[in-house]
Design a protein around this ligand. Structure first.
Ligand SMILES: NC(=O)c1ccc[n+]([C@@H]2O[C@H](COP(=O)([O-])OP(=O)(O)OC[C@H]3O[C@@H](n4cnc5c(N)ncnc54)[C@H](OP(=O)(O)O)[C@@H]3O)[C@@H](O)[C@H]2O)c1
Length: 334
């Protein structure tokens, strides 16, 4: 089968189309013919991992060291990128009961990756769900990572109907999912993003949008029940006046200081800091599939690139021009 392989860390050009051995499913695995895989934050970081600074990694140093052990120190240990995908079940292991040949699915492989390929194997009890009937493979491929991560993280925030929620980083994988989930939970949502993506964030259902390049949301006098910061570019001290008295400041990306603030604010009353790691569950993917089929959650594709143009897809995402999700599609896909 064909796959996009990389054997050294570096710029998009390290991604090379190659012929590799087609995997065979074990007894409890399914073999999936991939139709589309998205290009997300994790792919860009993993491709260039050797050169990623602690600031770019956005998480505590021990987690960066763990990822380094997994992804490789001087050379990549994982040679095929792509953590989220949509495709069809081509064959199943003998003990598989949850899926059958022909099922259209979407899934998340996490750091294991491997979706920039014509086929992949994964356990049937992995992060895999049927594809929403009303999405194309390309649209479905961009759903799993953001949906699973945001559903899990927002569980800690206990959003109530009528809450005022601000998402700092609303145009990315996690933020676009968090925005739509917060709307579903009944909140009024303000999305913060860069200038080119203001319309995209509005089209996802944001009640208000703020351009972080021209205005500072902590200075406009508005207050929120939840400020959810994806990249951790704000700080609790700056956001405190923008939080309601019992408001929550939640970070998807955090270092040591916010962790200490979480401990401290957990002991005293008032505004709270939450730093949490997502606990990924396939039930959350099934939940979002149902929201999509009910018309309450969208996946908007900006551009699709064929498998042999994976490097161009990465260059495009890094260019700051993207206005939605970017996917890589396989030959013969819709
Ligand atoms: N806690 C967990 O369990 C967990 C799990 C997975 C990932 N993460 C973390 O989540 C982060 C990746 O999130 P993602 O996949 O959503 O990334 P992404 O797709 O690259 O999106 C990043 C978002 O941040 C926005 N942004 C960039 N600079 C900003 C600034 N100065 N101020 C405000 N917003 C800014 C971007 O806006 P524009 O593009 O419009 O400029 C975009 O909306 C990583 O740091 C990763 O470590 C955490």
């Amino acid at each position: 089968m064909k796959a996009v392989v990389y054997t050294q860390f570096g710029p998009p050009e390290v991604l090379q189309l190659k012929e590799v051995e087609k995997p065979a499913p074990r007894d409890t695995e399914v073999l999936i013919r991939v139709h589309a895989a998205s290009v997300n934050y994790g792919d860009l970081i993993a491709r260039n991992f050797k050169n990623i600074t602690a600031r770019q990694f956005n998480m505590p140093l021990p987690l960066q060291l763990l990822s380094r052990m997994y992804l490789g120190v001087s050379k990549p240990k994982v040679n095929i990128l792509g953590s989220e995908f949509a495709g069809a079940i081509e064959s199943t292991g003998q003990q598989v009961t949850r899926f059958k040949v022909g099922d259209q699915v979407m899934g998340y492989l996490g750091q294991r990756m491997g979706a920039y390929a014509e086929c992949l194997c994964m356990p049937e009890d992995g992060l895999l769900a049927l594809k929403p009937a009303n999405l194309s493979y390309a649209e479905a491929a961009a759903v799993p990572y953001g949906a699973i991560t945001a559903t899990s993280l927002l569980r800690h925030a206990h959003i109530q109907p009528g809450d005022q929620v601000l998402i700092n980083g609303a145009s990315g994988g996690i933020g676009s999912a968090a925005l739509q989930l917060a709307r579903y939970y009944g909140a009024q949502v303000t999305g913060v993003c860069g200038t080119p993506r203001l319309e995209y964030v509005k089209s996802l259902g944001a009640d208000r949008v703020i351009d972080y390049t021209s205005s500072d949301f902590t200075q406009n006098g508005e207050t929120y029940d939840l400020i959810f910061d994806v990249l951790g570019r704000s700080s609790f001290s700056r956001c405190k006046p923008s939080l309601k008295p019992d408001g929550v400041y939640q970070l998807a990306s955090f270092k040591m200081k916010p962790l200490l603030q979480m401990l401290w604010t957990g002991m005293v009353g008032g505004r709270k800091v939450i730093c949490a790691m997502s606990s990924e569950k396939s039930e959350d993917l099934v939940f979002v599939k149902e929201l999509i089929e009910a018309g309450q959650y969208k996946s908007i594709i900006d551009r699709s690139f064929p498998l042999d143009e994976a490097a161009a897809a990465h260059r495009y995402v890094e260019s700051d021009l993207k206005l939605g999700n970017v996917v890589i599609t396989m030959q013969g896909s819709d």
